[in-house]
Structure formats: structure tokens, C-alpha cells
Design a protein around this ligand. Structure first.
Ligand SMILES: [Zn+2]
Length: 272
């Protein structure tokens, strides 16, 4: 958890290219180096795998196999490179757009766009005896996770996001947040050194206007909507004005949908 602006300024993403002997890095019972437990697996993941790229837990699959057999797999955890899904399948009408067909019978083919997916992934098998076996396909294709632009464009990490959310909840906006994160000359030199010499990227590179705007919008939504259905939300606001603020309200719904007519008078309204 990042607690203040200074911690955010000096939190880094590290990227190194692994130098394993083979394209598949395996740890398990056969090679005699399975992880003792999920905790030690997680430690390895945090300290090593996260410096190779941005891997995301895709799914956790309980196998439901005999729980009393110590070497049976209990749960499989699948982690994928965040570029794994950049393969875009474009659904196209086989017969072409000029011959409309009934929606249900329309046949589609999947065309894979030129930008194809990265195959890097990691599978961790948790056995009944608690040990963890790993198959790690660490080679990235079609992108470079250590590339400066890529790291800068990565989604906010959880710690930075939480810090940012706290600022937005405290009525901070983009201007005041960027002022908090502004670097002086010494700090700038220091960060430059980290980037150039140690290949460590400041996490706050991902803090941009859009990230703050998204959080502000979701906050506005949270506080201004009393219900996910607009009509119900407006109704609840009118109840609030009438019952808690003593307003005189008018709330008219069109019987077949359409516009909502709303008006209210405050009891403290002074007519001059
Ligand atoms: Zn990748």
C-alpha cells in the first residue's frame, strides 16, 4: 500500500529479460525443485516473474481429483501475459454485407488481425500435499515487456490505483494530483538514473489524466446515483428532497416512457 505522494513517486516497475536455458522453465517433482507451498511460489512470482512482464491470473481451476492422494493436482492456476489476448477476432459475414440474412442463420468466420497474440504464460499446479509445480513459458512474442513505452502504457498497478482513488475521494482533481507528483530537479535526476542505469520504471508514469478522470467519473456515479435505473434514481432523489429537505416536488413520468418532468421548490426559497 502506497501511503503518500513520495512513495508513489519512488515506486518502480522492474523489467529484466530472463536467461533460462530453455524456452520452457519447469519446476516440479520430477526435477526435484517443486515449491514447498503456495506462499513460496507467490514469493518467486512477485520477485522474479513480475520483473519479466505483466502476468495476469486468468483463472483458477479446482480439479476435483481424489483429495487423499498426495501427488494429485488439487488446483491449477493459469497466468497469462497481458498481451495474450491482443489477438483480435473480427467477425465477418461470409456472404458479404450486401446480402442480409436472418441473424440466427448468419455464418461468421473469424479473421485474425495482423497483430497477433503473445504466447507467454505460466501454469502453476497446486498438489494435495501443498507443493506447487510450475511450467513457465516465458518467451514473449510480438512485443517487448521491457520496452519503455509499453511499461508506461500499462494499466495502473493496484497500489498506485488505491492511492489515486484516495486522492479523488478527498476531492482532489487532476491539477492538484499532478501538483502532488511534480518532481523537483533532484528527484528528476534520481528517476532518470533509475531508468537509465537500473532499468527501473516509475509506476507513476501510468498516472495520467485519463486514469484520474475515470476515477472521478466512477466517484460521481457512486454518489449521484441512488439506483442503477435512471428513472428509479430520479424518483429516489425526489423522495429525498420531499422528505428530508421539506421541498415541494413534482415528479411526472410519461406513461409510455419518454421524458421525465421534474420540479421542486425549496422551503427556504425567498421570492423577491
Ligand atoms: Zn507477452
Amino acid at each position: 500500500m502506497l501511503n503518500n505522494a513520495n512513495e508513489v513517486k519512488f515506486a518502480f516497475i522492474e523489467r529484466t529479460t530472463p536467461s533460462y536455458a530453455s524456452e520452457k522453465f519447469v519446476r516440479g517433482r520430477e526435477s526435484g525443485d517443486a515449491f514447498d507451498d503456495m506462499e513460496s511460489f507467490q514469493r518467486w512470482f512477485d520477485n522474479e516473474v513480475t520483473t519479466h512482464g505483466n502476468f495476469v491470473l486468468n483463472k483458477t481451476h479446482p480439479t476435483g481429483k481424489n483429495p487423499s492422494a498426495p501427488y494429485q493436482v488439487k488446483t491449477v492456476h493459469y497466468f497469462l501475459c497481458d498481451h495474450y489476448r491482443t489477438e483480435r477476432k473480427v467477425a465477418t459475414n461470409e456472404a458479404g454485407p450486401s446480402t442480409p440474412q436472418p441473424a440466427k442463420r448468419r455464418r461468421t468466420v473469424n479473421k485474425v488481425s495482423k497483430r497477433s497474440a503473445c504466447p507467454a504464460k505460466l501454469t502453476a499446479k497446486e498438489l494435495n500435499n501443498g507443493t506447487v509445480e510450475v511450467v513457465y513459458e516465458w518467451v514473449h512474442l510480438n512485443h517487448d515487456p521491457a520496452d519503455w513505452d509499453e511499461v508506461a502504457a500499462e494499466a495502473l498497478d493496484q497500489g498506485t490505483k488505491e492511492w489515486l482513488k484516495k486522492q479523488v475521494d478527498n476531492e482532489m482533481n487532476w491539477t492538484s494530483i499532478s501538483a502532488l507528483l511534480r518532481l523537483n530537479d533532484d528527484e528528476m535526476d534520481m528517476l532518470e538514473g533509475e531508468i537509465e542505469e537500473r532499468r527501473r520504471f516509475p509506476k507513476m508514469m501510468a498516472v495520467n489524466y485519463r486514469a484520474v478522470q475515470n476515477l472521478v467519473l466512477s466517484k460521481i456515479n457512486r454518489v449521484s446515483k441512488k439506483h442503477s435505473v435512471d428513472k428509479t434514481s430520479v424518483g429516489l432523489w425526489m423522495d429525498y428532497l420531499a422528505n428530508e429537505k421539506g421541498c415541494t416536488t413534482l415528479f411526472n413520468l410519461h406513461p409510455e416512457g419518454g421524458p421525465i418532468l421534474v420540479s421542486w421548490f425549496s422551503p427556504t426559497l425567498i421570492i423577491l
